[in-house]
Design a protein around this ligand. Structure first.
Ligand SMILES: Cc1cc2nc3c(=O)[nH]c(=O)nc-3n(C[C@H](O)[C@H](O)[C@H](O)COP(=O)(O)O)c2cc1C
Length: 192
């Protein structure tokens, strides 16, 4: 039996990231926790973030048109949660959460040094969707902590420990259960 519920954001799970953005004028650089994020294009590499117009960060992203999407580790969950409750209008989140702002290579936004992956982005499109504005941004550079890359330069997911968001709860990833194309390869072998 299927149970129909009213339409909602049921695409689960979503990643949990920290977006860092440069302060406008005399304002401090800021960090906002986001879960409404996604991969949207391979070439050019692009991602999307959805931010409510009421957020302090919305104003900063509108002014800067650049940001960094930082992927935090599960061990940083407490700080991730606080960055998603505190506002940059009242808090210096870099200083109060003990994060280090490191200059990015290609954008003015600082990256969060303690996060193992930092994705430098330039806003290409902005859409007013209703509750959220959608920013479609081109990825212009990606920085990785050495310890999350294997000898071939591939991401070691077990070292990364990403956080997933499911209906108000934070989850960690479980075991690797397969890899791309394995099922198709097995089918081919079976038919031989
Ligand atoms: C796990 C989590 C995910 C969130 N995802 C989003 C999101 O995708 N978009 C958004 O506008 N706010 C999101 N928020 C809320 C903002 O992070 C929160 O309102 C924050 O305090 C805004 O900070 P700012 O005022 O410094 O911009 C999320 C909060 C948490 C804890």
């Amino acid at each position: 039996m299927k149970i129909e519920r009213k339409p909602s954001t049921a695409l689960l799970p979503t990643p949990v990231v920290l977006l860092s953005v440069a302060g406008h004028g005399k304002e401090k650089d800021n960090i906002i926790t986001l879960a409404w994020v996604g991969t949207v294009c391979s070439a050019p590499p692009m991602l999307s973030v959805a931010i409510r117009p009421s957020r302090h960060s919305h104003r900063l992203v509108d002014a800067a048109r650049e940001f960094v999407v930082n992927i935090p580790r599960a061990g940083q969950l407490g700080k991730v949660d606080l960055a998603g409750v505190w506002s940059g209008a009242e808090h210096d989140k870099f200083a109060e959460l003990g994060f280090t702002a490191r200059p990015a290579k290609h954008v003015a936004a600082p990256l969060i040094d303690e996060c193992p992956i930092n994705i430098e982005c330039v806003v290409r499109h902005q859409l007013d969707l209703g509750a959220h504005d959608l920013y479609l941004a081109e990825i212009v550079a990606v920085q990785y902590d050495e310890d999350v890359l294997d000898a071939r330069g591939h991401v070691k997911t077990s070292a990364l420990e990403p956080i997933a968001y499911v209906e108000g709860e934070y989850w960690s990833l479980g075991e690797r259960i397969g890899s791309y194309g394995r099922a198709a390869k097995a089918l081919k072998t079976e038919k031989k």
